[in-house]
Design a protein around this ligand. Structure first.
Ligand SMILES: Cc1ncc(COP(=O)(O)O)c(C=O)c1O
Length: 925
């Protein structure tokens, strides 16, 4: 039987048994790595660990210390080399031969030379450009040239070449690339050459440095490597999502189909990849058939053209028009005869009192500050130049048709979208737990909010997400009442603060089957990063809109729709019972309109200064229905003095994700998973903390797969869950239940994590803490967090041991049980709608703004009124922060449940409620 490590076979009979590597002595034991399934999601970590370990071990050998003999028989060296032999096949620079060569050197006892070679790789991985011990007496000319190339400080990327090649071909290709490298090139690249479609998929899944791919039709289909089960399964899933048609192998179209199939697969995994086709014969015919998939088709001898195209494309990704304009502006001598005395340091550098502003932030901040919109800069309110270009690039990166920068957070982005799309009297189905900006938007637009309830997670005092059945049922209710035409928009938060992720494509498809012109606003404040990973991307609003649009165009979809209509309507056009509509997975009409908006707090999950946000649009009716109102709304909410540094940071954040987004997100997900795993495996941590998994956070009825933490089992398992389940958990967030620590979430956050150890977390509930990783999270940060959790756990155990058991029991009994989270009660008469849940927030709000219409009522007295059967009506929003959604909105009936919940809430910040004065209640007419 073959055992796997790092995605690598450990099978003795492997065809590498004859290599120098396998002849190294082996010993029993060291089973820890063998159990590692070698997931593609953690290859980056395993690869770097393997090289670091080799450097450590071979250095010992080279120094000839007393443990040299023990190390020589260390099977760990052997296994790491075996692992790297397969891994390096998918990375440029060194490759399998290099690893094999190190094995041979070790076999021959040439430890010093082996160490130099290993050192070269480690330096490269660490990003060091200066070799630590430049001993080059044993290097040949080629190696010396490569070492010099390693020291090249220019940004480096990798180009995948898919073709069956000989070692001589590959050497020739690499030397040609080195020969073409010019001093004026802004970037350098290297080739990764793989023989088969499977290997190409493995490479783009595991190696994020690949930014371009050259397909040559000579590639074979299957890999000859024996990869880990997870990698094999992920490759299968990735390849099966693309249909390659049914052309027979012998047909003349077969090779075109193979090439197209591979191109589609690679583009579906990494849409940012630049694809080229390099062909010999019939290139003109191929160009016609294939150019939609490929940027260009080349003949083999056009190496120089390919070289230039590769560099040009990366320079397009690198281009940051607005950041460049700001830099230019900062370098120009400019006289300021308008506002902004801070511009160019005017009011600062000559002041003796505020010079520390320059000392701290640097002069560039002031040189970059301006209120000008001319001289290469642009106006955010009417962009035609650098800002417009930067926004168009953002649209490309996020898969949108149009993107807009927002300098006041998603709070503002949401209001812009609402105002653009919703008018007075329009009904909006809106998750009651969505961010308060949506509720404020309802008040501003005069739209009628019909609140959707998410499923509650009462044990942890927060909400999940809104089941699709509830959304469908509500739409059916509006249809039954003859008011479906009033329903304009559906607004949901994806993912939720706690990491629960919808399947937007499914939600939109089924809703559109009931009302084909619905507009969707997906609040992706926490989900901007998701666009840069092949698994998470499919659940972003923009990717879902695109997929849905493509699906609706197919004849298979039209046929399925026609067939379903027969089941949904009887012969005279009467709709079947609601149960039928709820049971069926509804198929929208091919004529349904795709109108999708997403808002991103770019600053929350990607590189951007605070408040830097974006709106992304995928709207088939943009020009006819939305463009003008959108611009009016944008101007309503956007400052006429938007912050240029925020805009420049959005431009740079976009450049970063296009060039290294996959790398960063893949690491983030992997590190978060390793955090969960550490907590689950460590005996003390396991006793004290519990990581909440999909089993706890998603009711079983909303999942088809069953793994509690799919990514822990591998990328394939995550892929399957994210393809099938109604809800999934964003693995970058780790919710930890802390009941057994004996302290509540707020105390844990402030007193223990922040005050003692300087660790910031964003959100807690009474008995949970949410640890969020992001693209800046490092392995050291995770290690520090684990260390702190262990120290705290020891402390909590000690505290518990000191407690008198009877007192502890009594304290536990005295603790008030957390009441369930209150559902939205109802709008009061006068603001409500008979038989349906929508209500008029706006009228109630403005009435509540007039002192004569309201009274302040203390909680005790209000509770008595409720107990007497009265129905007091809230005059305003009451929003505990966190979680940040209103427990009361204007016009809502105040119930006992709401008051009980508020009475035990230990949140420090409650917007709209002053405990000295009580609740703001509308007086009866
Ligand atoms: C779901 C959701 N939407 C919108 C926002 C507002 O985003 P911003 O802070 O960028 O204004 C938040 C903030 O926490 C949020 O959680």
């Amino acid at each position: 039987m073959t055992r796997f490590e790092h995605g690598i076979p450990l099978d003795e009979s492997s065809d590498r048994a004859a290599s120098g590597v396998s002849r190294l002595p082996r010993s029993a034991g060291s089973s820890a790595l063998e159990r590692d399934p070698g997931m593609p999601s953690s290859t980056w970590r395993l690869r770097s660990d393997a090289w670091e370990y080799l450097r450590f071990a071979v250095k010992r050998l080279a120094l000839g210390g007393e443990d040299a003999e023990a190390l020589a028989s260390d099977s760990e060296i052997h296994r790491n080399l075996r692992a790297l032999e397969t891994m390096e096949m998918y990375w440029a620079g060194f490759g399998q031969r290099y690893v094999r060569g190190i094995g041979e050197l070790l076999e021959a006892g040439d430890y010093r030379i082996a160490l130099d070679r290993i050192g070269r790789v480690v330096n490269r991985l660490r990003g060091d450009t200066v070799p630590d011990e430049p001993r080059d007496e044993h290097l040949d000319e080629q190696e010396r040239a490569e070492l010099a190339a390693d020291a090249d400080p220019r940004p480096r990327f990798e180009v995948l070449v898919v073709d069956e090649t000989t070692p001589a071909d590959r050497d020739a290709m690499r030397s040609e690339a080195l020969r073409l490298r010019g001093a004026a090139d802004a970037f350098v690249y290297e080739f990764v050459v793989v023989p088969s479609a499977d290997d190409a998929v493995a490479a783009v899944l595991t190696n994020p440095n690949i930014l371009a791919c050259v397909v040559r039709p000579g590639f074979s289909d299957r890999t000859r490597q024996r990869l880990s089960r997870d990698l094999v399964e992920t490759i299968r899933l990735a390849r099966s999502q693309v249909s390659t048609g049914h052309t027979s192998e012998r047909s003349s179209l077969a090779s075109v189909q193979r090439v197209l199939g591979l191109a589609d697969t690679l583009a579906a995994i990494r849409p940012e990849l630049d694809l080229y086709l390099m062909a010999g014969a019939h290139i003109e015919d191929l160009a016609g058939a294939l150019t939609r998939r490929f940027r260009r088709v080349f003949r083999r001898e056009d190496q120089l053209e390919l070289h230039l195209s590769l560099l040009r494309r990366v320079s397009h990704l690198y281009d940051t028009p607005f950041f460049s304009a700001i830099q230019d502006h900062a370098r120009r001598p400019v006289g300021v005869f308008h506002a902004l005395p801070i511009a160019r340091g005017g009011s600062v550098v000559n002041s003796k009192w505020i010079r520390d502003l320059v000392d701290f932030y640097g002069l560039n901040l002031l040189l970059a500050e301006t209120s000008a919109t001319s001289g290469g800069l642009d106006s955010l309110l009417a962009p035609t130049g650098a800002i417009k270009k930067a926004q168009d690039l953002a649209a490309r990166a996020f898969g949108a048709k149009h993107s807009f920068f927002v300098t006041n957070g998603t709070s503002t982005a949401n209001k812009i979208v609402h105002q653009a799309l919703v008018g007075p009297g329009d009904v909006v189905l809106v998750d009651r737990n969505c961010h308060k900006s949506h509720h404020h938007a309802m008040m501003l637009t005069g739209g009628r909010a019909a609140y959707l309830e998410a499923y509650p997670l009462n044990d942890f005092a927060f909400y999940g997400a809104v089941p699709l059945d509830r959304i469908k049922q509500l739409l059916l209710d509006y249809r039954a009442a003859g008011r479906l035409d009033e329903v304009r928009m559906v607004t949901l938060t994806n993912c939720t603060f706690d990491g629960i992720v919808y399947d937007p494509e499914r939600v939109m498809a089924e809703c559109l089957a009931i009302k084909p012109d619905l507009v969707f606003l997906w609040d992706e404040a926490w989900f901007a990063f998701a666009a840069f990973h092949p698994v998470t991307r499919r659940r972003t609003a923009m990717a879902s809109a695109k997929n849905l649009e493509e699906r609706l165009r197919t004849s298979a979809h039209a046929a399925a729709h026609r067939a379903q209509q027969q089941r949904l309507y009887d012969a005279d056009g009467t709709p079947a019972a609601d149960e039928v509509w709820l049971e069926e997975r509804l198929i929208p009409s091919p004529d349904a309109r795709i109108r999708v908006y997403a808002t991103h707090s770019t600053h929350k999950t990607l590189t951007a200064l605070r408040q830097g946000s974006m709106i992304h649009v995928y709207d088939q009716d943009w020009v006819r229905e939305a463009e003008e109102p959108f611009h009016e709304a944008f101007m309503t909410h956007t400052s006429t003095s938007p912050n240029y540094q925020i805009l420049a940071s959005l431009d740079l954040g976009r450049r970063q994700v296009e060039l290294e987004g996959f790398n960063l997100v893949q690491r983030q997900l992997d590190l978060a998973t390793s955090l969960s795993q550490s907590i689950a495996r460590h005996p003390l941590l396991r006793r004290t903390y519990r990581v909440l998994t999909a089993n706890e956070l998603i009711p079983a009825g909303h999942r088809e797969t069953r793994r509690p933490m799919p990514l822990r089992d591998g990328l394939a398992s995550m892929w399957q869950a994210w393809a099938a389940d109604e809800f999934v958990i964003d693995p970058s967030r780790v919710t930890v239940e802390i009941t057994r620590t004996g302290v509540d979430g707020d105390t844990f956050k402030h007193e223990h994590l922040m005050n003692r150890y300087g660790i910031q977390v964003n959100k807690t509930s009474r008995n949970t803490v949410l640890f969020m990783t992001n693209i800046g999270t490092t392995r050291s940060a995770i290690a520090y967090l684990i260390e702190v959790l262990v120290k705290l756990a020891e402390r909590f155990e000690e505290d518990r041991a000191q407690l008198d058991p009877e007192l502890a029991q009594a304290a536990l009994a005295a603790e008030a049980p957390m009441p369930p989270l209150p559902d939205f009660s109802a709008f009061a008469p006068g603001y409500d709608a008979p038989g349906l849940p929508d209500g008029d927030v706006r009228t109630a709000f403005f009435r509540g703004q007039q002192r004569r219409h309201i009274e302040h009522v203390p909680p005790g007295e209000l509770r008595e009124r409720v107990d007497r059967g009265e129905q007091p009506v809230s005059a305003g929003f009451v929003t505990p922060y966190p979680p940040g959604f209103p427990v009361l909105v204007p016009g809502q009936i105040i119930t006992a449940e709401v008051l009980d919940f508020m009475a035990v809430l230990d949140t420090r910040e409650i917007h709209g409620y002053d405990p000295r004065r009580g609740y703001r209640v509308l007086r009866a007419e």
